[in-house]
Design a protein around this ligand. Structure first.
Ligand code: MG
Length: 312
């Protein structure tokens, strides 16, 4: 199942992504009498409802050709983040050897975890702001995990059972802030610094996670190109490591680290400027597109923030 969070007026509505376009889940579920699949705003809300609701959504997907539902194109709608309000976003630093080398960093003995604030989330196509706070704006294309159930002290062999879906994450980073401040929270969590999407693909549909290929382009130029089997710590290893210490909730996001090819790794570094467009692609999921724009004045920013922080 492939899902998208569509912004509809002042609400979010979960949509099913088909080859022909996006179908409103609530409308299709109503037509098919699948009451459990009704009234779901986003992938986070779906994961919090649990297994039976996920099965009901699967039934709706399987029977879409039985009902006459409207199909809308991706271009005709605005997308929110697949998970609108996760309880947390955990990120993994230095999880690819060549990326550690390009940053002249030593591979850490254990996964390097840091947090990104949910207030930084934006959906596919939404602008990333060029903040006056930084002059070293950088991209990091990453595979992201969306937790499907509560997970505490999970063994590696059971870890993928706790994953609900996968998506694409761009761990936008202010390198100057990251380098000059002992905690990374500001350099990694400036407003709009967490583009995610466009879609979430459920675990049973994604297939072999290790074989996923991630590519990042800036203004069409290929900058990052790696397979997820290059990760130092695999998705199950990361989940086991995190949940040994921290309980993950349904809808929580883990950004699994970026491969080499970030702007920082070039000599001289190639940082982002207003007008640039970043595209992160994992073929099985889609392409997450983020234009860089000058940060709007405060009144406009306030309105934009209201859109991105609307609760499910
Ligand atoms: Mg990262």
């Amino acid at each position: 199942v492939k899902l998208a969070t569509v912004i509809s007026g002042d609400a979010y509505r979960l949509h099913i992504v088909t080859d022909d376009g996006l179908v409103d889940l609530d409308g299709a579920a109503a037509a098919l009498g699948e009451e459990l699949a009704r009234g779901i705003s986003d992938v986070g809300a779906l994961m919090r409802r649990g297994e039976m609701t996920l099965e009901a959504v699967q039934h709706v997907c399987n029977r879409l050709d039985e009902v006459d539902v409207a199909v809308v194109s991706r271009e005709s709608v605005a997308l929110g983040p697949p998970v609108v309000a996760p309880s947390k976003i955990l990120c993994v630093g230095l999880n690819y050897v060549l990326h550690a080398e390009e940053g002249k960093s030593v591979v850490p003995p254990e996964p390097l975890l840091f947090a990104k604030l949910p207030s930084a989330l934006v959906g596919d196509g939404m602008p990333v702001h060029y903040h006056p706070t930084t002059s070293e704006l950088d991209y990091e294309g990453e595979l992201a995990v969306i937790m499907g159930r509560r997970a505490s002290r999970v063994a590696e062999r059971d870890a993928l059972d706790c994953v609900g879906a996968f998506t694409i994450f761009n761990d936008i980073s202010a390198r100057d802030r990251q380098a000059s401040e002992p905690q990374w929270i500001r350099g990694k969590s400036l407003d709009t610094f967490a583009p995610v999407g466009p879609y979430a693909v459920t675990t049973e549909e994604i297939g072999d996670v290790d074989s996923l290929r991630i590519q990042t382009r800036v203004n069409g130029e290929l900058r990052q190109d790696a397979v997820c089997s290059d990760m130092i710590n695999s998705v199950p290893q990361l989940i086991a490591f995190i949940t040994e210490a921290i309980t993950l909730e349904p809808g929580d996001i883990i950004a699994t680290g970026t491969p080499h090819g970030v702007g920082l790794g070039f000599d001289p570094p190639r940082y982002l400027r207003p007008g640039d467009v970043i595209e992160v692609t994992i073929a099985e999921i889609g392409t997450l597109r983020s234009p860089i724009v000058e940060r709007p004045d405060s009144s406009v920013l306030k309105a934009a923030t209201m859109v991105s922080s609307r609760q499910a």
